[in-house]
Design a protein around this ligand. Structure first.
Ligand SMILES: NC(=O)c1ccc[n+]([C@@H]2O[C@H](COP(=O)([O-])OP(=O)(O)OC[C@H]3O[C@@H](n4cnc5c(N)ncnc54)[C@H](OP(=O)(O)O)[C@@H]3O)[C@@H](O)[C@H]2O)c1
Length: 250
C-alpha cells in the first residue's frame, strides 16, 4: 500500500489556506489544517471531510512558540512525517499607512505572524520534512513586497502602501532563499509564490485602481495556479519566486 502524503497548511480555516487544503485533499493528500481558533479549525476540517477529503484540524497560533511545539509534536506522533508545508497564515494590518506613520507595535506584530511564525514552524518541521521522500515547502508571498517592484518608479503596484506587510513579506522571501540553500542536499524544495489579487477577507475591495495590470481572482482560480509548487518533481525549481505559474523578480 502507498503511504499517504501528509500536508500541513497554516491559516487553513478560511481564505486561500482553506482552498489550498481543499485542492491538496482532492489529490488524495491527508491535510493537517492549522488554525489559531480551534473551533474554526475543526469546522473547516469538517466541511472538507464532508466533501470526502481526509483532513484534520491542528491548533496552531504561529506567533506562539508553545503552540508551534505542540502542533509539531502532534504531527510527529500521529503522522510521523510531513511531505508538504504551506506557510500561508498572515496578517495585513497597515493598508494605506505611510512608512513614517506605522507604529512599532504594528510592525512587530506583523513580523511575528508573517515572518517569525513561518520561520519557527519551518525550522521545527525540517526533521519531519526530511522523513518525506519529496519534501516541498511553499511560502505565500506577494509581489507588492518585491524589491524589484518597490524600486521601480513605473510599477503598477506602487500605490499599494502597507509597509509592515511589505517588509515582512520581503523578509519571508529571504527566508525562502536561505532555507533553499540549506535544504537542497536533502531533496527538500522551498519556493515563494504570489497568488495574485484574490478575493478573500484580506483583500477584497481595498486595492487602488491598477487599471488592467491586476485582475481579481477567486481563491479556487488562484490556488489552481499555485498548487503545482506543492508537487514539484525532483528536477523542479527551489529558491524561486513565482506568480501565476511564472518566475517573477525578487
Ligand atoms: N488575498 C490576496 O490578494 C493575497 C495577495 C498576495 C498574497 N496573499 C497571501 O496569501 C496568504 C493567505 O491570504 P488570504 O487572503 O487567504 O488571507 P485571509 O483571508 O486574511 O486569511 C488569513 C489566515 O491566516 C490566519 N492567521 C492570521 N494570523 C494568524 C496567527 N497568528 N496564527 C495562525 N493563523 C493566523 C487567519 O486566521 P483567523 O481566521 O483566526 O484570523 C486566516 O486563517 C497570506 O500569506 C497573504 O499574505 C494574499
Amino acid at each position: 500500500m502507498v503511504e499517504p502524503k501528509i500536508a500541513m497548511v497554516t491559516g487553513a480555516n478560511r481564505g486561500l489556506g482553506f482552498e489550498i487544503s481543499r485542492q491538496l485533499g482532492k489529490k488524495g493528500i491527508t491535510v493537517l489544517m492549522g488554525a489559531r481558533n480551534s473551533e474554526k479549525g475543526e469546522q473547516a476540517a469538517k466541511t472538507l471531510r464532508g466533501e470526502g477529503l481526509e483532513t484534520h484540524a491542528i491548533a496552531l497560533e504561529v506567533t506562539d512558540s508553545a503552540s508551534i511545539a505542540s502542533a509539531v509534536e502532534r504531527i510527529r506522533s500521529d503522522f510521523g512525517k510531513v511531505d508538504v508545508l504551506v506557510n500561508n497564515a498572515a496578517v495585513l494590518l497597515d493598508i494605506g499607512i505611510q512608512p513614517s506613520d506605522v507604529k512599532e507595535e504594528m510592525l512587530r506584530s506583523t513580523f511575528e505572524v508573517n515572518f517569525f511564525g513561518p520561520y519557527r514552524l519551518t525550522q521545527q518541521l525540517v526533521p519531519l520534512l526530511k522523513k518525506s521522500r519529496r519534501g516541498r515547502i511553499v511560502n505565500l508571498g506577494t509581489q507588492v513586497a518585491s524589491l524589484n517592484q518597490l524600486a521601480d518608479p513605473n510599477s503598477p503596484l506602487r500605490e499599494d502602501i502597507c509597509p509592515a506587510y511589505q517588509t515582512s513579506k520581503t523578509a519571508l522571501n529571504a527566508m525562502t532563499l536561505v532555507f533553499a540553500k540549506e535544504l537542497k542536499e536533502f531533496g527538500i524544495k522551498i519556493n515563494s509564490v504570489c497568488p495574485g489579487w484574490v478575493m478573500t477577507d484580506m483583500r477584497h475591495d481595498d486595492l487602488p485602481d491598477y487599471g488592467d495590470a491586476v485582475r481579481p481572482m477567486s481563491p479556487q482560480e488562484a490556488v489552481e495556479k499555485l498548487i503545482w509548487l506543492t508537487e514539484l518533481p525532483d528536477d523542479g525549481p527551489t529558491g524561486g519566486f513565482f506568480s501565476e505559474g511564472r518566475s517573477v523578480p525578487w
